[in-house]
Design a protein around this ligand. Structure first.
Ligand code: BGC
Length: 364
């Protein structure tokens, strides 16, 4: 009896060992309800970020995953701790909207120690082993911003106002703006005079207002007229327009932005902002949830991207060429506001045109 039970014991443990070895390296057939995805938001200061988080959560719910969600209020150290917390709670995959392009790398190192893959969402994290990066083409965002301004102000004095220096997107957006300006100058022989091109510490409306108000005072004293301000997002464009208003210049100086925030869309139809760039974040969020799901099942990044029907781009983050999805941003002015932002359900016609007499609303 004893012999048989020892024998069966050996056999059973052998079988278990064999099963676990043969499972090695293969995809995990995780029960979706057992997958925990940790969503680490930087901030909810813009309307878009709340919507990103909600779209992501809804899609993850529909895939059967459990979402752990935290917001760091612009504090990278805090986000790093939240990530540790999620890893302790057994997160199978992390999705990170980082604040600081460098120090967020710690999240990836901690996650990889536990074999947990990480998606850099919207913002790239530098010098680290990011598994997948998904974003809108930020260079194209900058290109479209400058295009909108160049169409309105074909020559003259420009200020370029960069976003947060701690965000890689701010640099890419600037690169796109410069590409548009250089191409334009070559093509037309016209000259754009860049008076100043600072970056901000944060993507902050008040910081933008202060910076532009100081520059306006300075250039006024020097007898220089400012014709256009290429602001890098709508929040900072709000600060720019406030500074212009104080000088009674709002509506006379062309201003750009991105995100199609409600206040920016209103400024556009009211004439104090020229252009914004709409990024359909529903697509970004839902595709990211699908990627998170597949990464948790240990599928390969390139395969996941291809199976979802996207081109695999590679972006060098200083550590490796990160498999990347670049989504397409949309150019928005007063002329196509309805066709783009409104028709896509991002903003409603009533709210965008709330301060405009009904007779001037687009005829549907
Ligand atoms: C995003 C923009 C956003 C900005 C400030 C950037 O990384 O791409 O959409 O306006 O951060 O939150």
């Amino acid at each position: 009896m004893k012999k048989i039970s020892i024998l069966s014991c050996v056999l059973v443990s052998g079988l278990i060992l064999l099963m676990s070895f043969s499972g090695c390296g293969k995809k995990k057939n995780l029960d979706p309800s057992g997958i925990k995805v940790g969503l680490l938001m930087d901030t909810y200061d813009l309307d878009r970020w709340k919507r990103d988080a909600d779209f992501f959560t809804n899609k993850s719910d529909s895939l059967g995953m459990q979402v752990l969600r935290a917001v760091a209020d612009g504090d990278q150290d805090r986000q790093n701790k939240q990530a540790d917390d999620f890893l302790t709670q057994g997160a199978n995959v992390l999705v990170v909207i980082s604040q600081n392009l460098k120090t967020a790398g710690r999240i990836i190192r901690s996650a990889h120690e536990k074999n947990v893959p990480v998606i850099a969402y919207d913002r790239l994290i530098l010098n680290s082993d990011v598994d997948v990066y998904i974003t809108f083409d930020n260079e194209k965002v900058g290109y479209l911003q400058a295009k909108g301004i160049l169409e309105k102000v074909p020559t003259g004095n420009y200020i370029l106002l960069g976003g947060a220096a701690s965000d890689n997107n701010a640099k890419l957006v600037r690169a796109g703006q410069m590409r548009a300006i250089t191409e334009y100058e070559k093509k037309t022989g016209k000259k754009i005079n860049i008076l100043a091109d600072p970056f901000l510490d944060n993507w902050d409306r008040d910081e933008a207002r202060r910076k532009i108000s100081n520059l306006l005072t300075k250039f006024k004293a020097e007898g220089k007229k400012v014709d256009a301000i290429i602001a890098s997002n709508d929040a900072t464009a709000g600060g720019v327009v406030a500074a212009l208003m104080a000088e009674h210049e709002a509506g006379k100086v062309a201003v750009s932005g991105q995100d199609a925030e409600l206040s920016a869309c209103q400024r556009i139809v009211e004439g104090t902002q020229t252009v914004t760039v709409y990024k359909p974040v529903r697509q970004l969020a839902t595709v990211s949830a699908k990627i998170a799901f597949d990464l948790a099942k240990k599928e390969k990044p390139e395969d996941i991207i291809k199976n979802l029907g996207f081109k695999v781009n590679y972006i060098d983050n200083g550590f490796k060429k990160v498999p990347t999805i670049l989504l397409d941003p949309v150019f928005v002015t007063k002329e196509n506001m309805y066709q783009t932002v409104v028709k896509d359900g991002w903003q409603t016609l009533d709210r965008v045109y709330t301060n405009v007499p009904k007779a001037q609303w687009p005829k549907l």
